[in-house]
Design a protein around this ligand. Sequence first.
Ligand SMILES: C[S@@+](CC[C@H](N)C(=O)[O-])C[C@H]1O[C@@H](n2cnc3c(N)ncnc32)[C@H](O)[C@@H]1O
Length: 247
Amino acid sequence: MSGNALYTDLSGYYDLMCADIDYQAQSHCVHRLHQLFGNGGKRHLDLACGTGPHVRHFIDAGYTSGGLDINQPMLDRAAIRCPEARFARQDMCGFTVDEPADLITCFLYSIHYSGSLDRLKACIASVHEALAAGGVFCFNAVDKRRIDNASFVTHTARHEDGLFSFSSGWHYAGEGERQSLRLRIERTVAGETQVWHDEHPMVAVSFTELQTLLEPYFEVHVLAHDYEKLTPWDNASGNALFACVKK
Ligand SMILES: C[S@@+](CC[C@H](N)C(=O)[O-])C[C@H]1O[C@@H](n2cnc3c(N)ncnc32)[C@H](O)[C@@H]1O
């Protein structure tokens, strides 16, 4: 099953899969980063917005917010969650906007869905083009050199359709520009267990390479991957938050 098919087929379960994510804390943290580094504007766009949980929080915090995603079933759910927002089915590696944004975000490592270094460059160029003067681009990323192939995150959730267990982990072969996100979803109903395995091809990049791609367009701040405290990245952790101010 392709990555896109998984989100299509399981879009109804996507929010359950993400039930342990603190979307409010993530959105609030990025709002603080925008206050620190941004231009004071309130127009927000979320790339790879999924079912729109961040868009909801940004609207509630006073932004005019919208999102784009390539998956229509995810966008349909986002539109129900945020009826006042504008959503568009677009590829983040070549999108356009009607009006410039003051803040563009891309959460949950989704920037890696650009899939190749050329497409990642195209995504960065599209973001730069779509931002207003002094606008900020915030996203999180993982450094390919620090991926531990044995590390998986698992959580379980009960739903009217059964008991679900979701596991995900990064896999990087050690060379090249491809890594994958491996997913395992287990559903148990009346003692019977069904298992889905999926592998999403993603772009692999080191933070040094990523900074080199961003720096022609942005003043780049790399922060620790901690949505509670705003502290500089320690040059060692494999995850980080990027706050990039349009040059
Ligand atoms: C892991 S989900 C993250 C959703 C949301 N950002 C969140 O934090 O819950 C990844 C999303 O990226 C979308 N996606 C994948 N490739 C994309 C692309 N090239 N352009 C736009 N969206 C994309 C998928 O359809 C999916 O909704």
